[in-house]
Design a protein around this ligand. Structure first.
Ligand code: CS2
Ligand code: MN
Length: 361
């Protein structure tokens, strides 16, 4: 089976991009979906999942990959209430398995998901992209959360739920005792509880890399480099404990070589995110088009590594730039239609050529 191309979609009525639009992008077989109205910790019901299935079916898309089923803070903090939230997570896995879901992408970052200081930074060609200004990130996390929420213009964004952001002080206080080692322990506890159900349901848990891959606002981050990925996979050494290897998240640290990690752990990568990043000498970075030479991530080397390993998992373009009229208010930052579609064509172009050179086509 060849790799399967996915496209992230935020759901009917919640995403300006329609399934009919996505259908016109060559090669997409999987819609990477989620129930975006659910808060972390809530059970996803069979009826709610069936609703999405009904929407995808006419287009022939599969619903094999969910991104994300978000993990409740109490699990990450390790509070006694975590056992109930883990039970809920297990029930969600069971419900998802009734619809043939194969991979659940999630992350284990305290409080915040991806973090950027500018959501619409000029790239220089008229387009804009997500940008990280190293000097700005040491400021108040509240200011940053306000900035991001204001620029989402009411659009849902996992990890940036207004309900959670309102309680930022409480959240920071609750995470106080959570050192890096405690967070590792809590991740292990969570995964070990899930693994039997994952096997029974044939669903892989695929952790997303931390973005950016370093501690921010004093909060520990784990999935940041090859060494920690090794530790993670060994810690719960189970074929259902997998990675969402996000090239752009990892490569925000220029010390990470994503292609090397692909070659080392290909059998444990359930889901590949391809995103390109350009580094600046002062520690800032900007997201870039998927074309190899537009950034520093080594997109060609990464695709070649997946191809050489016979990767049969799911792959998707990650964040794109905002193009051709995609402006604050009418586009979900990083998730416009055009640049992600261009990214897919770039990836498929490379992939098809590698197939051809191998004599497979
Ligand atoms: C995604 C992540 O938009 C993105 O950067 O790749 O937010 C990802 O969806 C989550 O971290 C997974 O839980
Ligand atoms: Mn990603």
């Amino acid at each position: 089976m060849p790799m399967q191309m996915g496209f992230r979609w935020y759901g009917e009525g919640n995403d300006k991009i329609s399934l009919a639009d996505i259908k016109q992008i060559p090669g997409v077989t999987s819609i990477v979906w989620a129930l975006h109205h659910k808060l972390p910790g809530e059970v996803w019901t069979v009826e709610e999942i069936a609703e999405v299935q009904k929407q995808l079916e006419p287009y022939g898309f599969n619903m094999d990959v969910v991104e994300s089923v978000n993990v409740h803070d109490d699990i990450k903090i390790g509070l006694p209430s975590r056992d109930q939230y883990i039970e809920n997570y297990i029930q969600t896995i069971k419900n998802l398995s009734k619809f043939g879901v194969k991979v659940i992408c999630y992350n284990f970052m305290p409080i915040f998901d991806w973090t950027r200081t500018d959501l619409f930074h000029p790239v220089g060609d008229g387009s804009t992209a997500l940008y990280y200004e190293a000097g700005k990130i040491h400021d108040d996390p509240k200011e940053m959360a306000d900035y991001i929420l204001n620029n989402l213009h009411g659009m849902t964004f996992p990890g940036w739920e207004p309900e959670r952001m309102e309680k930022l002080d409480e959240l920071f206080a609750a995470y106080k005792p959570v050192t890096k080692e405690v967070l590792w322990e809590n991740l292990k506890y969570f995964l070990e509880a899930l693994m039997p159900t994952c096997k029974e349901c044939d669903i892989k848990m695929a952790i997303h890399m931390d973005d950016p891959p370093w501690d921010i606002f004093g909060l520990p981050r784990l999935l940041t480099c090859e060494e920690n990925i090794d530790r993670f996979l060994k810690m719960v050494d189970n074929p259902y404990n997998c990675l969402t290897l996000c090239s752009g998240s990892l490569n925000a640290d220029p010390g990470n070589n994503v292609a090397d990690i692909v070659r080392k752990h290909c059998d444990r990568i359930a889901f590949a995110h391809i995103r390109n990043v350009k580094h600046f000498p002062n520690g800032d970075f900007s997201e870039a088009s998927h074309r190899d030479c537009d950034g520093d991530t080594g997109i060609l080397d990464i695709l070649k590594a997946y191809h050489d390993c016979g990767f049969e998992g799911y792959i998707r373009p990650d964040h794109g730039r905002h193009l051709w009229g995609e402006k604050p208010g009418n586009v979900r930052p990083g998730y416009g239609l055009y640049d992600r579609a261009l990214g897919i064509m770039y990836m498929l172009g490379v992939w098809d050529m590698l197939d051809k050179l191998d004599g497979n086509k």
